[in-house]
Design a protein around this ligand. Structure first.
Ligand SMILES: Nc1ncnc2c1ncn2[C@@H]1O[C@H](COP(=O)(O)OP(=O)(O)OP(=O)(O)O)[C@@H](O)[C@H]1O
Length: 330
């Protein structure tokens, strides 16, 4: 057994080139992900949290190599896959799967559930290199339905016959079809009602217990992140500003941005203490032109002169987490 992390990103960047020579502003570079390093151990969940547009989905897609990063490296099971071509990636594809936010748009409405869930099994051969037989596929479909809490007779129905939560179960069954080691769940419960959300979160956790799957769980909802993930990375404007144990980050946020996110939601505090609400001023700056120094300084209630010029590096805080801040909260 190797102790290498399942997935590791080192100084990962994804810069999109926008416009061209002839567009009004000329070519521009959008720094969706900027110098991010993180590791995810086998069988754990890393929560990725941050406001809309901070780069969570782009980072998830780089980790899965759906995007080829413009800088840095991605290691999957210890192997550098940063620049691996599509052909060489193909045998790895079954090992990493994505569950999206809106199952309605990712499931073709004209195909039966059985066909939708079977598709990955038809595209990819089994571990022995042979195509799956019809009997194998049927048996696997029944098994998958059971795993996600649906019934075998659901396989003959169409997606529109299901509720939002059930459709997400179908999306999860499809993602699990090939026994992935890594699942990147991108806002996978965000579109669901709160009670249904809880059921799907429980399903994700139950599947992790049973199958040992590793999750990168992307959400803007902190309570979902808190429930799901042992470790959390907080992103702001393309960068990770704080990362560490979820319990520590929620109990003692060090970065003022994390503090503001946590203070904005009614998260029960074990000590019974009321948190002071930290109000952020202004809007998130454009990733086309991130502020110099600390990229959060334009909105930070604690910003000082140094923050406007010197970019803070991630460094250990008293609670044990890492935070990129010159003047942390703790
Ligand atoms: N293919 C692309 N081309 C150009 N810009 C992109 C592309 N994909 C994302 N972006 C930009 O990159 C930034 C990060 O987007 P991303 O979707 O990763 O953020 P996010 O945190 O996942 O937000 P959301 O929760 O709203 O999806 C945004 O400014 C977005 O407009």
């Amino acid at each position: 057994m190797t102790s290498a992390p399942l997935i590791e990103a080192k100084n990962l960047s994804m810069h999109f080139k926008l416009g061209g020579r002839f567009s009004p502003g000329g070519p521009q570079v959008l720094r969706a992900v900027d110098d991010v390093s993180l590791t995810v151990q086998r069988g754990e969940t890393l929560g990725l949290v941050g406001e809309s547009g901070c780069g969570k989905s782009t980072l998830g897609r780089c980790l899965m190599r759906l995007y080829r990063p413009t800088g840095g490296t991605v290691l999957f099971e210890g192997r550098d896959i940063t620049a691996t071509g599509n052909r060489a990636l193909r045998p790895l594809r079954p090992r990493m799967q994505m569950v999206f936010q809106d199952p309605a748009s990712s499931l073709n409405p004209r195909r039966r559930v059985g066909d939708l869930v079977a598709e990955p099994l038809k595209v990819h051969p089994g571990p022995d290199g042979k195509a799956h037989s019809r009997a194998e596929i049927r048996a696997r479909l029944v098994e998958l339905m059971d795993l996600v809490g649906l019934q075998a007779d659901h396989l003959d129905r169409y997606p529109h016959e299901f509720s939002g939560g059930q459709r997400q179960r179908i999306g999860i069954a499809r993602a699990l079809a090939l026994n992935p080691a890594l699942v990147v769940a991108d806002e996978s419960v965000s579109a669901l009602d709160v009670s249904v959300q809880a059921q799907i979160v429980n399903l994700f956790m139950d599947l992790q217990d049973r199958l040992g799957i590793t999750y990168v769980f992307i959400a803007h909802d902190l309570s979902v992140i808190r429930q799901m993930s042992r470790r959390t990375a907080v992103m702001y404007l393309g960068a990770v500003v704080e990362t560490g144990s979820t319990d520590t980050i929620f109990a003692q946020p060090a970065h003022p941005y994390t503090g503001a996110l946590i203070s904005a939601v009614p998260v029960p505090d074990v000590s019974g203490a009321r948190r002071e609400r930290i109000i952020l001023r202004g809007d998130v700056p454009s990733p086309l032109k991130p502020p110099p120094g600390c990229r959060f300084h334009t909105r930070c209630p604690k910003a000082q002169d140094r923050c406007r010029v010197e970019p803070p590096l991630l460094r250990p805080m008293t609670g044990g987490q890492l935070a990129a801040c010159h003047y942390p909260l703790v």
